[in-house]
Design a protein. Structure first.
Length: 296
């Protein structure tokens, strides 16, 4: 049961750049986001309002958002780990925010410096305030198919977290395979378990390609009817607090796959390839997208 349309959430400006050691100037980030919008992307994660000591690359998040300004048909979202981040996001006129929890206790400590339970307590007031402002909130769950510190993660832990984030008011749950440990059958079992408790339409897949499994895992999800996929042009990305994490699945490769399956995306693949090259040139890295590499 393949879907007819898949929405891509482009996470390149946030997940793609957050782990880059080379400072990417604000102007370049702004141009990157504008180019992504020109590709037809309507959901772009533009930055994160986390501690600048923890993730220095995102310290200009406010300037990035303000310089980009509102773009027609595009919703610019940002990560907010706590009320302080949420306040900064509001001041910068973010159009959507995302809270991020982990299904692994060890990873929660590394990434947020608190337990899973404490992170949920921090999200509660964000979701309450966002509700009053009619601001959509997305919920991430990391380490859904395994953790770099803890190893195995029980699907039930992911299910319970997805239920709690949905109860708090998240309109969508993005399942993160943070260090790309998953394989298709495992991914399918997890999606099946989560979809028993929250509607399938509210599930997004956020797969890193560390072990080359991301496209196969996504295909497994598509066969189940998943309609939202997170991706990053040129396959940039990785969490600085997840040992061994590398790039997100490349947007170009996902779009090529979807087009081949006859699934609509409303995206311009040649322009995505060009944008993938633009950001790679800016950081002095080759594109990790196979489709990009194969295109003259
Ligand atoms: P902490 O050190 O426990 O925070 O970090 P604190 O509340 O004790 O504050 C310490 C200092 O940070 C204070 O400043 C605060 O003002 C400041 P000081 O008094 O020392 O000058 N601070 C902030 N500044 C700006 N914005 C804020 C903020 N909060 C505190 N929002 C904290 C706790 C959550 C802040 C920290 O752990 C943090 O920033 N973590 C974020 C790590 C991160 O960004 N990871 C990558 C994103 S998640 C990801 O990539 C996974 C995902 O892609 C899905 C997947 O792949 O699985 C989403
Ligand atoms: Mg990620």
């Amino acid at each position: 049961m393949l879907p007819e349309f898949v929405k891509i959430v482009e996470v390149g400006p946030r997940d793609g750049l957050q782990n880059e050691p080379v400072w990417v100037p604000t102007d370049t980030k702004v141009e990157f986001i504008r180019k992504l919008a020109q590709c037809g992307l309507t959901a772009i994660e533009a930055a994160s309002f986390v501690s600048p000591k923890w993730v220095p690359q995102m310290r200009d998040a406010s300037q990035v958002l303000q310089q980009v300004g509102p773009l027609p048909e595009v919703r610019l979202s940002v990560l907010t780990p706590n009320l302080q981040g949420f306040q900064r996001a509001l001041e910068a006129d973010a159009q959507e925010v995302a809270v991020f929890a982990a299904a692994s206790e060890a990873f929660s400590q590394k990434n947020l410096n608190c337990s899973i339970e404490e992170s949920l307590e921090r999200f509660r007031p964000i979701l309450e305030q966002a509700k009053g402002l009619d601001l959509p909130v997305r919920g991430y769950i990391s380490c859904v198919l395994g953790c770099p510190y803890q190893g195995e993660v029980a699907p039930q832990a992911v299910v319970e977290l997805a239920q709690e984030l949905t109860r708090q008011g998240c309109y969508e749950i993005s399942l993160g395979d943070t260090i790309g440990l998953g394989t298709p059958r495992k991914a399918q079992c997890l999606i099946e378990a989560v979809a028993q408790e929250i509607p399938l339409e509210q599930i997004a897949l956020h797969f890193h390609d560390t072990r080359g499994q991301a496209l196969a895992n996504l295909y497994a999800g598509l066969e189940m009817g998943v309609q939202v996929i997170d991706a990053s042009v040129s396959g940039l990305g990785g969490c600085p607090y997840a040992q061994g994490a590398s790039g997100n699945v490349a947007t170009e490769d996902v779009v090529y796959l979807l087009e081949g399956l006859g699934i609509a995306t409303n995206l311009d693949l040649p322009q995505l390839i060009e944008t993938g090259r633009f950001i790679c040139d800016a950081i002095g890295k080759p594109s990790q997208s196979k489709v990009n590499q194969a295109t003259p």
